[in-house]
Design a protein around this ligand. Sequence first.
Ligand code: PGA
Length: 245
Amino acid sequence: MKLIRVADAAQAGKVAAEIIAQKIKSCPDCVLGLATGSTPIETYNNLVQMYRQESVDFFRVRAVNLDEYIGLGAEHDQSYAWFMRQYLFDHVNIDPANTYIPNGLETDSDKECRRYDAVIESLGGIDLQLLGIGPNGHIGFNEPADTFAKGTHRVDLTEATIAANSRFFESIDQVPKQAYSMGIQNIMHARQLLMVATGENKARAVRDAFRGAITPWVPASVLQLHPDFTLIADEAALSLVLDKL
Ligand code: PGA
């Protein structure tokens, strides 16, 4: 595991965008695994800026997202499909046909999970997967549980995640209770992993994930086993593990 310490979220976004842009330059048709939430917004802002300065070209890039809420269609403004268009896809020259996300409106979850795993496989796997971390240690929507889920699966969101994500909705009752998420195997098979963790509310998750035991109760802890995993974290997120990672 490689740690890049940064001062704050702005710097984290800049460094993450540079690593992603480097990947695109070395492999113009790479498969990027993308994430949603507040953390990657800075990364996407920087990538959009780099695209406008003509220092990165998304023309041949393929993008596959980690997760989507069940019950929200791509036109719902809290869906992750909408989020990706809002913060990245509408502002760069990626081909919409090369962007993939679970279909939150598919009610046959077995079918949707099989379809999404097949999409990832047909792309030849993920070259670089961007990740955030939930305050409870989740990655994608792999919530703390007694086993690691392998492939794409339907998740019952924990109360903690529903509460954490309620800030994006008018009320907590509007937060979907389930999601489709890539599984731990999908994520671990990515050839390169890049996590961004910023802010004090991630300090406990960062400590538990990277200083503690590898356990499905802290899903991000499994990343300790990945051969090419980089954590970009600010001092606040590292405040409980300074000098120990
Ligand atoms: P956040 O979410 O970036 O909104 O904190 C991260 C996550 O839950 O993976």
